[in-house]
Design a binder for this molecule. Structure first.
Ligand code: CAA
Length: 260
């Protein structure tokens, strides 16, 4: 296993956890951290043992954004490259076959909010804070925040957050649908693991197809997306898990899925 400077990676049974671990800069995403994350995500993608991934942060932040000190002297071209690079790494999270839960422990600002949004499901601790403060720095979100925020919370609420750069607390994030659940600080990882365990129960291949159908479909028109759904629906019929799931139902027993 590779040693990471700014991340901690753990694997327990079929659940993996990445802890963003650069507390001196509130886990801000510098180039080195995104490089590490990119390498680790490639490993996770290939790891058949991992069925659910949890991403969280060490200290008082989930991720306090892209590293401002690194962006200070970037040229326009470098800014564009940085944005594309961050988007590419975050896309790897979205395109992982495994579902990803963000366990948002603290500040999730700018690139941090964007990172939480690219995960499939978000659970927040009562101490979590969300926002896209980029306009206060004279820039705009660059890791697809202008695109994923409106898709998650709707245009009007997204624009209010994007134009004001204001920070909202966990309960407000829950109210607008940015997070699925708010829990006590000490319960955050237990809740994330409990949810991960619930996701471990159904057929893994079907979950993989579900994630693909939602993530691909949401970015296309309804007719094309529904046709794509039908293709993936059909594909599940070729899996052992489908055979086992339906036989188990008819035989009134618990299904034993193999993920194939
Ligand atoms: N980049 C670099 N360093 C950061 C950072 C960031 N995004 N956020 C925090 N830090 C550093 C601080 O500079 C500070 O370092 P020093 O101890 O060396 O001074 C350390 O982390 C601790 O931070 P604070 O002392 O500021 O802690 P606080 O509790 O007083 O405030 C905070 C916390 C409100 C989150 C504040 O740190 C803050 O506003 N951070 C910046 C948030 C931000 O603007 N994020 C968006 C970045 S732009 C972006 O992300 C673009 C994009 O879409 C890709």
């Amino acid at each position: 296993m590779i040693e990471y400077k700014n991340l901690v990676f753990e694997k327990q049974e079929n659940i993996a956890t990445i802890t963003m671990d650069r507390p001196k800069a509130l886990n801000a995403l510098n180039k080195e951290t995104l490089d590490e994350l990119s390498i680790l995500l490639d490993e996770i993608k290939k790891d058949k043992e991992i069925q659910v991934l949890i991403i969280t942060g060490n200290g008082k932040a989930f991720v306090a954004g892209a590293d401002i000190t690194e962006m200070m002297n970037m040229t326009a071209i470098e800014g564009q490259e940085w944005s594309l690079f961050g988007q590419k790494v975050f896309d790897k999270i979205e395109q992982l076959p495994q579902p990803v839960i963000a366990a948002v422990n603290g500040f999730a600002l700018g690139g941090g909010c964007e990172m939480a949004m690219v995960c499939d499901i978000r659970i927040a601790s009562e101490k979590a804070k969300f926002g896209q403060p980029e306009v206060s720095l004279g820039i705009i979100p660059g890791f697809a925040g202008t695109q994923r925020l409106p898709r998650l919370v709707g245009l009007g609420v997204a624009k209010e957050l994007l134009y004001t750069g204001k920070m909202i607390d966990a309960n407000e994030a829950y109210r607008i649908g940015l997070v699925n659940k708010v829990v006590a600080v000490e319960e955050l990882l237990n809740e994330a693991n409990a949810l991960a365990k619930q996701i471990l129960k159904p057929a893994p291949f079907a979950i993989k197809m579900c994630k693909k159908a939602v993530n691909t479909g949401i970015n296309t028109d309804l007719t094309t997306a529904s046709e794509y759904e039908a293709t993936l629906f059909g594909l599940t019929f070729s899996s052992d898990d489908k055979k086992e799931g339906m036989e188990a139902f008819v035989e009134k027993r618990k299904a034993a899925f193999k993920g194939k």
